[in-house]
Design a protein around this ligand. Structure first.
Ligand SMILES: [Zn+2]
Ligand SMILES: [Zn+2]
Length: 321
């Protein structure tokens, strides 16, 4: 405490006072300082799983208690961001300016604001810069670019900047055969384009987007269908050429699969044969005969001389000379 500046001591004293007041006016002993954790647990029904959200609440509660103990930070504790809400921007509405959606106001149109050529050139330059920097330029009827399909002024500037195509979002949705975005894998599988071709920005432009599956994956390359199709048709000789090539490759894949299957079958047969061979080898053991013995054969009414193998018990009749 001796290290505190007078201002810090005052703040600490103030916090202690506040904590005491809070204690005095507390409706139940459950909210006493130091019991915040139990308090949280009591408030939660037993079947509520421990989740990130609960954790945040827990921490916030713990933070309040620190404030009550008088470390002087309680007042400044910012509200914790709930990670369950994902990424979002906290707009400070008090600092936002109404741009009237970028349209000209009544004042702009009817006022005596006749722009000089120089002003217009400067404005054009600013628009281009804004497009380059990803901002959306103001919309000026009669001069702003319009959707190639419906003439709307509300074009998608990302599409214009990336693909050089002026189209509104509504037309993008309504014409997926032209404007839908394809991944690199889709371009390779459906249009039979190669990695080097797809990486060539001059051949087909692409948009980079963070991978939705994992942030540490490389960015996704997205292509506009009409542009991919154009390049693929040039490469393969139109729609028909592409189809033929696709079928040829499917046939090739099918043949490869069959060949692999045949090879597997051959391999299996070979192994089976080897097995039989091995068993035959095992069977060809050399008999080791014990001493000859004389056996009386009742059927023939004669005596035979027989040898029996030690190993397998096989009998062999000896020729009696
Ligand atoms: Zn449109
Ligand atoms: Zn034997």
């Amino acid at each position: 405490m001796s290290d505190l500046t007078p201002a810090q001591s005052r703040l600490a004293a103030l916090n202690r006072l506040k904590a005491k007041q809070k204690l005095a006016s507390a409706p139940s002993p459950a909210s006493a300082p130091g019991q915040g954790v139990q308090y949280v647990n009591k408030r939660q029904p037993a079947n509520v799983p421990t989740s990130a959200r609960n954790m945040v609440e827990h921490q916030a509660q713990a933070g309040d208690n620190h404030g009550e103990k008088g470390n002087g930070k309680g007042e400044e504790m910012p509200m914790r961001r709930d990670p369950g809400l994902g990424k979002y921007f906290e707009y400070d509405l008090s600092k936002m300016k109404n741009s009237r959606g970028g349209f000209l106001t009544e004042e702009d149109v009817t006022g005596d604001r006749i722009k000089s050529l120089k002003e217009l050139a400067a404005e054009k330059e600013r628009e281009l810069r804004q497009i380059r920097e990803g901002e959306e330029p103001a919309i000026v009827p009669g001069r702003s670019p319009t959707c190639a399909d419906c003439g709307s002024l509300e074009i998608d500037h990302v599409f214009e900047k990336t693909f050089g195509v002026r189209v509104c979002r509504k037309c993008q949705k309504e014409k997926p055969e032209k404007y839908s975005l394809l991944t690199k894998t889709e371009c390779k599988e459906d249009y039979l384009l190669t990695d080097p071709e797809l990486r060539d920005e001059d051949l087909i432009p692409h948009l980079l987007r963070p991978n939705p599956y994992a942030s540490n994956y490389s960015n996704m390359m997205l292509f506009m269908r009409a542009q991919v199709e154009k390049v693929a048709y040039e490469k393969w000789g139109g729609d028909e050429g592409l189809d033929e090539e696709w079928e040829r490759r499917e046939e090739f894949k099918k043949r490869k699969r069959e060949e692999k299957f045949e090879a597997g079958l051959r391999d299996l047969r070979k192994r089976t044969r080897n097995n039989l061979y091995q068993r035959k080898q095992d069977a060809q053991h050399v008999h080791e005969y014990e001493d000859v013995e004389q056996v009386y054969d009742e059927e023939e009414g004669s005596t035979k001389v027989v040898q029996r193998c030690f190993g397998c018990g096989a009998e062999q009749e000896m020729e009696v000379l």
